[in-house]
Design a binder for this molecule. Structure first.
Ligand SMILES: NC(=O)c1ccc[n+]([C@@H]2O[C@H](COP(=O)([O-])OP(=O)(O)OC[C@H]3O[C@@H](n4cnc5c(N)ncnc54)[C@H](OP(=O)(O)O)[C@@H]3O)[C@@H](O)[C@H]2O)c1
Length: 235
């Protein structure tokens, strides 16, 4: 079977660990150049080094970027183009979760969730779309969540961000479809990662998720396979 992705270039936000890391590895396996970001330079450098070592000869770059800051995002996309000269796939994966009832979540927590999960995706699409347009097309994959369809108690900020991300995805799809830029939104249920560690509730599944059997949560590599297969679809 031909590999449509070979030689192409992908940006994966939040590619230092978890789902984003697995997607970056799957795209490296498909012989793509891959550029990742996370908020901390040291974490990005460590992840790039590890992925370069385990994917010998593959093309890999990374830079610190908080997707909730537009200046960071603009600099990150300039870096991606300087690194590999083109952009074919954007995976908007960076995400955070704070889980508390609507009258207890703080304005700062609310802002962080919306800025990262929703506004960050918009900033990245705004930078990526003109680059893809100039090349004649591309693919944008937003990592949503079942929380973008099913509200949960304690999920006001996270639900709002992921419902918003689905709306953004569908509107962007309509805006960009005739320019051969595909926009899709993958909406996983619970996936076994460190997501939400240190927040008031763990993970994507809301109250009670910590009591579920481990096997209930999907393996992040199977999700990465779905994302890579999506990226390789024709326009
Ligand atoms: N795990 C689940 O059950 C689940 C289910 C459905 C959907 N999702 C979604 O999947 C995505 C990835 O989740 P995950 O489980 O892999 O989480 P994770 O293990 O916590 O990884 C999150 C990644 O995002 C980065 N990140 C966070 N805030 C950022 C920011 N402002 N700018 C740039 N990078 C940032 C983190 O790096 P730094 O911390 O170094 O910045 C890290 O690389 C999220 O969008 C999440 O909502 C997760």
């Amino acid at each position: 079977m031909s590999n449509r992705l070979a030689g192409q270039v992908a940006v994966v936000t939040g590619g230092t660990r978890g789902i984003g890391r697995s997607i970056a590895e799957a795209l490296l396996d498909a012989d793509m150049g891959v550029v990742i970001c996370g908020r901390e330079e040291a974490g990005v450098a460590r992840s790039v080094k590890e992925m370069t070592e385990t994917n010998a000869g593959r093309r890999m770059a990374g830079r610190a970027c908080n997707v909730g800051r537009y200046e960071d995002v603009a600099a990150f996309f300039r870096f991606a183009i300087q690194s590999f000269g083109r952009l074919d796939v954007l995976v908007n994966n960076a995400g955070v979760g704070w889980f508390d009832p609507v009258d207890r979540i703080t304005p700062e927590q609310w802002r962080q969730v919306i800025d990262t999960n929703l506004t960050g995706a918009f900033y990245c699409i705004r930078e990526a779309a003109p680059l893809m347009r100039r090349q004649g097309g591309g693919s944008i994959i937003n990592i949503g969540s079942l929380a973008g369809k099913n509200p949960m108690a304690g999920g006001a900020a996270y639900n709002a961000s992921k419902f918003g991300l689905l709306g953004l995805s569908e509107a962007a799809m309509l805006d960009l479809r005739y320019e051969n830029i595909r926009v899709s939104c993958i909406m996983p249920g619970s996936v076994a990662t460190e997501f939400g560690s240190g927040t008031s509730r763990e993970a994507d599944g809301a109250p009670g998720v910590e009591n579920r059997p481990r096997a209930y949560r999907a393996d992040r590599r199977s999700l990465a396979g779905a994302a890579a297969a999506n990226a390789g679809q024709p326009g």
